[in-house]
Design a protein around this ligand. Structure first.
Ligand SMILES: Nc1ncnc2c1ncn2[C@@H]1O[C@H](COP(=O)(O)OP(=O)(O)OP(=O)(O)O)[C@@H](O)[C@H]1O
Ligand SMILES: O=P(O)(O)OC[C@H]1O[C@H](OP(=O)(O)OP(=O)(O)O)[C@H](O)[C@@H]1O
Ligand SMILES: [Mg+2]
Length: 285
């Protein structure tokens, strides 16, 4: 039977959430420490544990069929690998930063300056597109320290909370791109591989929808039902069931996690009582 080969990061920021999403898709993988390859027990999938930075080349060459990878790394390597799902974790941006003491006004301030980065192509393309020439110093880690030790005038690196910049007395001055973990596909994937990929995508979409939604149950007096129902969208429309007590109903619905508290406030104000909120494991639309 054909199997699809997926690359996930061996260790680092993406590793845990990548394995978690596969697990939530019902795919069981034995994940021994220092393992380089594993086979799923209940799905035609082989998992390769690799360095994030190496994955674009493996996708390009068809050594793996699909991968969970930081979008920023795909952009940096520039192999035109297609992205089929955004996975909503490892969100970050790739930004230019300079010492806090520098009075920064525009990208032109980088003209002739030294920029330390692990993402040289990303910076080069951005500067070129904006007609600025600078000198790039490629370093693989702890980029933020470069201006403090006199190695560079500015940096380009990943920013998430901003604490690393803060600790190193740097200010973020330009956001070059925004990134998150994505599911990427090799241009060399076979037709049979594409069919298996479709099944994985279907599962991932159901998991992501579930993660972004909550199941809500509440009680309401019947004379307030109309108002309450107008607040709750539901997948089609809310379910309304009579309670044992005359004149009351139970209302069930699905709400988006991001508008959750606003909806709950409105429901309470409209007369809802005994509101229960439950996580949703999967949601098939
Ligand atoms: N602070 C952060 N917050 C959110 N996402 C991040 C952060 N740092 C990195 N990422 C994302 O996670 C990916 C992996 O980062 P990580 O530092 O684990 O590995 P790496 O050094 O890029 O790769 P390798 O596996 O090749 O060592 C990055 O490419 C980026 O997309
Ligand atoms: O804005 P923040 O929340 O501080 O995150 C940004 C930092 O996170 C990443 O480093 P990481 O911790 O992955 O270490 P690394 O340099 O060893 O990859 C990145 O390279 C930044 O240094
Ligand atoms: Mg890192």
């Amino acid at each position: 039977m054909t199997k699809i080969r997926i690359a996930v990061q061996k260790s680092g920021r993406l590793n845990e959430d990548s394995l978690k999403i596969l697990k939530d898709c019902g795919i069981s993988i034995d994940n021994g420490k220092d393992q380089l390859k594993a086979t799923a027990r209940n799905f035609p999938l082989e998992v390769f544990y690799l360095r994030n930075g190496d994955i674009p080349q493996y996708l390009k060459d068809g050594v793996v069929d699909i991968a969970i990878i930081g979008e920023n790394v795909l952009i940096e390597k520039g192999h035109q690998i297609s992205i089929v799902e955004k996975l909503n974790f490892s969100k970050c941006r790739v930004s230019l930063a300079v010492p806090k003491t520098m009075a920064y006004s525009s990208l032109k301030d980088f003209e002739g300056k030294r920029i330390a980065t692990s993402y040289p192509n990303t910076v080069k393309n951005y500067l070129e597109a904006n007609g600025v020439k600078a000198e790039l110093h490629i370093i693989n880690g702890s980029v933020e320290i470069a201006p403090n030790i006199g190695l560079a005038d500015g940096i380009c690196d990943i920013v998430s909370s901003g604490s690393t910049l803060f600790k190193n007395n740097l200010q973020e001055v330009e956001v070059i791109l925004k990134s998150e973990a994505v599911l990427a596909v090799s241009p060399k994937i076979s037709e049979e591989g594409k069919e298996i990929l479709k099944r994985i995508q279907f599962r991932i979409q159901s998991v992501l929808e579930g993660r972004q939604s909550k199941y809500v149950l509440l009680n309401a007096p019947n004379n307030k039902l109309e108002d309450i129902i107008s607040i709750l969208p539901g997948m089609r429309s809310p379910t309304v069931l009579p309670l044992a007590e005359e004149g009351w109903s139970s209302v069930h619905s699905v709400i988006k996690s991001n508008s959750f508290w606003e909806v709950i406030d409105k429901l309470k104000a409209a007369g809802a009582e005994g509101i229960l909120v439950c996580p949703i494991e999967k949601m098939v639309l």
